[in-house]
Design a binder for this molecule. Structure first.
Ligand SMILES: Nc1nc2c(ncn2[C@@H]2O[C@H](COP(=O)(O)OP(=O)(O)OP(=O)(O)O)[C@@H](O)[C@H]2O)c(=O)[nH]1
Ligand SMILES: [Mg+2]
Length: 230
């Protein structure tokens, strides 16, 4: 990355309530995004915030989480596709360096979270996690190192769908706390996240416009006809 390219664009993804907006605030070290105060979905639109951090112009796109309890699955998928379209349209010039999947460390990794990840792979393409993905666990204050060993040990000890997820993200996994002042532990988390982001190459609009991605999005959103060739 040259001096003139010192720009980092980040998109936050994940099921509702896991801490996307709070993570966006931690990254930007300022309260840009509204965090939900209860279990209902808070962010309804794709929003962006920007700040200059560690010499980089950092832009964060916060997306609404799928699986709002009020929505049926078909409607939820259609909305998710629309939000990803909005995101990639907004990033037409810069692309996205990193897609951060946000998961609450304290919550169980259920069928809905698994489906959410599968849906994003359909929308952005099967390699997007390998090439551009970062997994951020929030609510890190609930992590008990005495009980589980350090975070790396905990990751290595996972089984089942969580193990599969962790393997997809390889070393691009962090545990953070989105509570406290922005110049303390949250600044360290912001720095750690940005260090992973700058190693990623951009996911561009042309990646999003690949025929396979367009076809998947049509199927997910129920628009257009799709005939599976056997
Ligand atoms: N204690 C603690 N609370 C957190 C942490 N991260 C997020 N929260 C809280 O968890 C709640 C949900 O976080 P949000 O950031 O609003 O979740 P979201 O993923 O943006 O949710 P939607 O906008 O509905 O998709 C909020 O009350 C946050 O303040 C964390 O690391 N620790
Ligand atoms: Mg939110």
């Amino acid at each position: 990355m040259t001096a003139s390219q010192r720009k980092i664009t980040i998109a936050l993804l994940g099921k509702t309530g896991h801490g996307k907006s709070a993570t966006g605030n931690t990254i930007l070290r300022k309260n840009y995004f509204k965090e939900s105060s209860n279990m209902s979905s808070c962010s309804k639109l794709v929003k962006d915030g920007e700040n200059k951090i560690d010499g980089y112009v950092v832009t964060v796109y916060d997306t609404p989480g799928p699986y709002d309890t009020d929505e049926n699955e078909a409607f939820m998928k259609k909305k998710a596709v629309e939000h990803c379209d909005t995101l990639m349209y907004a990033c037409t010039n810069s692309g996205v360096n990193a897609f951060i999947l946000v998961l609450n460390y304290s919550a169980s990794y259920t069928e809905e979270e698994i489906k959410t990840v599968n849906m994003y792979e359909q929308i952005f393409g099967p390699d997007f996690i390998k090439n551009h993905g970062i997994l951020v666990f929030t609510h890190g204050e609930n992590f008990d190192e005495e009980e589980t060993g350090n975070f790396k040990t905990w990751c290595n000890a996972q089984t089942g769908p969580m193990k599969t997820l962790i393997e997809k993200f390889q070393d691009n996994i962090l545990l953070i706390k989105n509570k406290g002042s922005f110049d303390g532990i949250r600044a360290t988390s912001s720095h750690d996240i940005l260090q992973l982001c700058i190693k990623k190459k951009e996911y561009l609009k042309c990646d999003y416009d690949r025929p396979s991605c367009i076809r998947n999005r049509k199927v997910l959103s129920g628009s257009g006809s799709y005939c599976k060739i056997m």
